[in-house]
Design a protein around this ligand. Sequence first.
Ligand code: COA
Length: 502
Amino acid sequence: MESRAKTTFLESRLMPAERAAALLPSRGTIAASGFTTAYPKVIPAAYAQRVEVERARGREFAINLYTGASTGEALDGVLARSGAVRKRLPFQSTPAMRDRINSGEIEFVDMHLSHVATYIAHGILDPIDAAIIEAVDVTPDGRIYLTTSSGLSPTFVDCAREVFVELNEAYPAALKGYHDIYLPEPPPHGRPIHITSVDDRIGVPYVQCDPAKIRAVVRTSALDAAPDFREPDDVSLAIAEHVVEFILHEVAKGRIPPGLLPFQSGIGNVANAVLSCLARSDRIESVRMYTEVLQDSIFDLVDAGKLECASTSALTFSAAGLDRFLGEIEELRRTFVIRPQEISNNPEVIRRMGIISMNTALEVDIYGHVNSTNVMGSRMMNGIGGSGDFTRNAYISIFLSPSVAKGGAISAFVPMVSHVDHVEHSTQIVVSEYGLADLRGLGPVRRARLLIEKCAHPDYRGALAEYLDRALETAPGKHMPHDLGHAFDWHTRYLQTGTMRA
Ligand code: COA
């Protein structure tokens, strides 16, 4: 039963999506909730329809679109196709948005996820005219209870001129209490973020908004498009087994405590396979996660009775995973905590807790530079996301990659990466299905020999070793030798012939 105050509040703001969409700007900046999930769906669809009608009459639309991270077809897809988006940040993964970025139609600012809030709060980015936030509840005094992700929603609400709420009735009120909303204080005298353990809660379970800023509330029950997770294939399982062996080896050496350190795990099937393998290993008793996305594999750890606590910025479940989560929503509240991305990805907290980061690379070069974003040096895939936040600040940073892509036509291990996201100084461990290279404490040439021996596909090992030998012979410096005239031969060959093979 809604109280009288709530009913009055809602009555004064409730409207259909079309009316809310008509109130959004045609120029300026729209920020939307969403970090893999929990993005608004019905207002963007209505806005895209408005754009179509009004553009046909000659009106121009040019908006910047900010979100926490990737969203789905219902936001990025429809808005990219509408032609209204001029600038997008900080991450995306839908084909329609990706294609327009790569055609040059939309300017994309690929950012570390932990940096975005600072850029907004300090006026480095254009100010936010309207924030559209998916919520499970909103109260007359302006408390907004978020759904399955937090991302940048607290910062958007704080900084936006106007706030539009999509009240999603598909989610139960029991989601309240999952979030721990706390925003870092500004420099130069901001206090330390007082998280010393994965399950510490330092904030409140809602986002506080000035109620006067809430312009519209739109009811919906539309769900996010659920990702499909494949069963781990042999390559992912082999990578995962190398990681688990390595973790146990580090424990045996005393470099990781017996209770382990918190894990961050990136998106995708390889990352899922690693968590499943941790769950299955009878030598691992308990696991803590300090990460930005939880996927279905978290339930393997729950089922194995090994999950102590999982801190995240988003729950990203398949349809079956979401059903399970909703079925166990009361019990899981003790184990999961959802944080703003300024906190889930915060360098200070990541460094303090000694995170073991695990992210996927598109390609890695012989010295350990990693490309996670730009295929063949120029075509944007998704963005750097949180991989840099975690990698640079982790106690142990791990990069995972199958040794080849496109049926073997592409080697993931190349003489020189065609784009750099993570530099050799940040890359510590690299793993493919063939093995694991521990690059810590090694100079460049020894790193290169180890990477080639342990990680490269046998079909490409010889050619990589030849490249290194030739570079050692011909380069003016022997510290990190390159044969600059031929460093990109493999990429060029692929673009010209469809394979990197000589
Ligand atoms: N060159 C060209 N294409 C390559 C490639 C390479 N070196 N390596 C992989 N690919 C292609 C694959 O063939 C596949 O193409 P397809 O979609 O046409 O089949 C695609 O890239 C995705 O590869 P896949 O093996 O399915 O990997 P994934 O789903 O695990 O994604 C990344 C890998 C790197 C794209 C993804 O992890 C990412 O976006 N990372 C950056 C952000 C990040 O790390 N966030 C972590 C914090 S959550």
